[in-house]
Design a protein around this ligand. Structure first.
Ligand code: SF4
Length: 389
């Protein structure tokens, strides 16, 4: 008998929850995330709908225990303290939360104060991810961010005072007009605060954004403030990696760095292909080797929970994901784990491509694992794409 009522907590399967809160004060100029401004009534209606979605979806998850939760957006810190408490009440009512679950909430600098941070603590949030992007106000203005660096400092200090001891700070490199020294200045300003975790992504110019009109393939003329060239961008990346490693951070994923024991458990689930359920507009899930996602259309979401996309993963798709997600992590892909998952040796499936990439110095093999070398990190995307069968 395998009914879920018979299982004790230790027998439950691990599940990560993602909750999408799509609202922002205004759109940043580079942003292509699913986010937009909305009035207070629309934001409350959305939260009510999220509660209904939890009630609906949780029925299939009684055999699971939530080991991590991530409230992302958008700007989840636009929620009032009461709204967040109500949201987390719904989560606890409908899902079984492991006592030591990692519960992260993304916060925009300038949108939290002592009262909200205390409500976050009360709601059980134990990790904050601050979207800072740069410590220089002129760069923040250029990006269209709603905050200054001093707004960030106030929010960060208030979070520490409220008792948060697990904080991530997001930074971006390769910004328009950014030099190597201004990039490193931002990094130093953040390092001085000793956050437990840093994510540093290169700016990507996405179609459909105001930045695309300025810097995209079809942009008319030369922009007044140019982007750094490719060599400078790579140099920024390598210097950031070296500096953070020297400061005691473990470079555990292409763009992520953590103090020992502080890697983001939630994101590791994505990269290791653990099971996760996405709730809210456009949220994606991987459950039982099925990938599905909610509609990205708000009016449709408000009236139907039918998945907008759904795919049952073939063995080939699972192998491909194992490789390209696994290689994002610096520890790489384990030969033994691959064989345990698929009953086939990694060399039998990927022998020629592994051999070629190792010979080119883009991958290395050590202690039964394949992983990206420093050179491989510079061309990580094409290296990972080489594993699509
Ligand atoms: S705060 Fe984040 S999600 Fe919102 S517009 Fe800016 S980049 Fe996009």
């Amino acid at each position: 008998m395998s009914s879920s009522w018979m299982m004790n907590d230790h027998e439950k399967k691990a599940l990560s929850l993602y909750i999408h809160y799509p609202f922002c004060v205004r759109k940043c100029r580079y942003c292509d995330f699913l986010s937009f401004p909305a009035d207070a009534a629309a934001r409350q209606a959305y939260l009510d709908r999220l509660g209904a979605e939890m009630a609906y979806r949780s029925q299939a998850f009684s055999g699971y225990e939530v080991t991590s939760l991530f409230i992302g957006g958008g700007t989840p810190s636009l929620m009032s303290g009461d709204q967040l408490l109500a949201l987390m009440d719904h989560v606890r009512r409908h899902f079984s939360l492991r006592e030591d679950a990692e519960l992260t909430m993304e916060c925009n600098p300038g949108t939290v104060d002592a009262e909200k941070l205390s409500a976050m603590r009360k709601a059980g949030i134990n990790r904050i991810s601050f979207g800072l992007q740069s410590a220089r106000d002129e760069e923040l203005r250029l990006l269209g961010r709603i905050h200054s660096f001093s707004d960030f400092l106030k929010s960060y200090e208030a979070a520490r005072e409220a008792g948060f001891d697990n904080i991530n700070v997001d930074l971006m490199s390769a910004l328009p007009g950014q030099s190597l020294s201004s990039c490193m200045e931002s990094l130093e300003a953040v390092l001085a605060l000793a956050p437990e975790h840093l994510s540093v992504y290169s700016l990507i110019i996405e179609p459909g954004t105001p930045f695309w009109d300025l810097y995209g393939e079809d942009a008319p003329g030369k922009p007044a403030i140019p982007l750094p060239d490719e060599d400078t961008e790579r140099e920024m990346y390598h210097r950031i990696c070296r500096r953070l490693e020297a400061a005691g951070y473990d470079h555990y994923e292409v763009s992520n760095f953590a103090r020992p024991g502080r890697a983001c458990r939630h994101n590791l689930v994505y990269w290791r292909r653990g099971e996760y359920l996405g709730l809210g507009l456009g949220a994606a899930s991987l459950v039982d080797e099925r990938r599905f996602s909610n509609t990205r259309d708000l009016p449709i979401y408000m009236s139907s929970f039918a998945p907008a996309e759904e795919e049952r993963l073939t063995e080939q798709a699972r192998m491909e994901e194992t490789m390209f997600l696994g290689l994002r992590c610096m520890r790489g892909v384990s030969e033994a784990e691959f064989e345990a998952a698929f009953g086939k040796r990694i060399g039998d499936i990927y022998g020629p491509v592994l051999e070629k990439l190792c010979a080119q110095g883009l991958l290395a093999r050590e202690k039964g694992r394949f992983f990206l070398t420093e050179r491989g990190l510079d061309v990580a995307t094409p290296v990972m794409a080489a594993f699509l069968l």
